[in-house]
Design a protein around this ligand. Structure first.
Ligand SMILES: [Zn+2]
Length: 239
């Protein structure tokens, strides 16, 4: 059972620590070079790698699964769970990730170029393979405090996780509130990620509308700050 949800806004992508009475779970694990920061965020809730039970994956992109191989070296007991269609990409087979060719002329824009550079520096171009990853099952979910929702589009196996009895949703990249490729001055708001990052942009957009239409009043996105729905609209969630 989850007692506490700790949202961590990493340098370029986010992860979530779920603290329970018998250990901790993670949702996502950042870029490869974020692994030490993930360990720090476990320490911040009084946990160590030995306490890590499960890593739930929102989708098999390097900025969300990149930290997993290093974490597993210190936490070989941890189970890595993904949506069915993202199992093979998480294992390193056939990832649906944006390529330099697909980004094309966008890379000539300073914001995009800077993002690509920082992504590469954080290990974004490294081949990530988590051979032990497997599809999450009803039995896994039964022992947890989250409810997965299949939200294909960004990747075929994209999964959102509902927490806190429906009040909170961890959206992965189906909904982001900001992104390094957006101007910094642009106020954060829940939105679909730029279509270029999605395997099937049409489906990804539908999925983002589905999540925005859900009962959740708190969005914990894959990129950008956490936000809460208020009578005045979406506002930053105070930490
Ligand atoms: Zn991402």
């Amino acid at each position: 059972m989850t007692d506490e949800v700790t949202f961590v806004e990493g340098p370029a992508s986010n992860w979530i620590v779920l603290t329970g009475s018998d250990g901790v779970d993670l949702i996502d694990a950042g870029y490869p070079d974020d692994a030490p920061l993930v360990v720090e965020s476990l320490a911040a809730v009084g946990a160590a790698l030995g306490d890590l039970r499960r890593i739930w994956v929102t989708h098999a992109h390097t900025d969300h699964i990149g930290g997993i191989p290093e974490l597993l070296r210190g936490a070989p007991q941890a189970v890595v769970l993904t949506g069915r269609a993202d199992v093979e990409p998480t294992r390193g087979i056939g990832r649906e990730q944006v390529t330099v060719a697909k980004l094309g002329a966008r890379l000539l824009r300073p914001l995009w170029f800077r993002w690509a550079l920082s992504a590469a520096r954080a290990g974004g171009l490294r081949d990530i393979a988590v051979p032990t990853a497997r599809a999450l099952t009803a039995a896994d979910v039964a022992g947890s405090a989250l409810e997965p929702i299949e939200v294909p589009g960004h990747t075929d196996g994209s999964t959102a996780f509902v927490l806190d009895h429906g009040a909170v949703v961890a959206t992965g990249d189906v909904i982001v509130t900001h992104h390094p490729t957006l101007p910094r001055r642009q106020p954060p708001r829940p939105q679909a990620i730029d279509a270029v990052f999605s395997h099937d942009p049409g489906l990804a957009r539908d999925a983002s509308l589905t999540l925005l239409g859900s009962t959740a009043t708190v969005v914990l996105p894959g990129h950008g700050p956490a936000m809460a729905r208020t009578l005045q609209g979406w506002e930053l969630l105070e930490g």
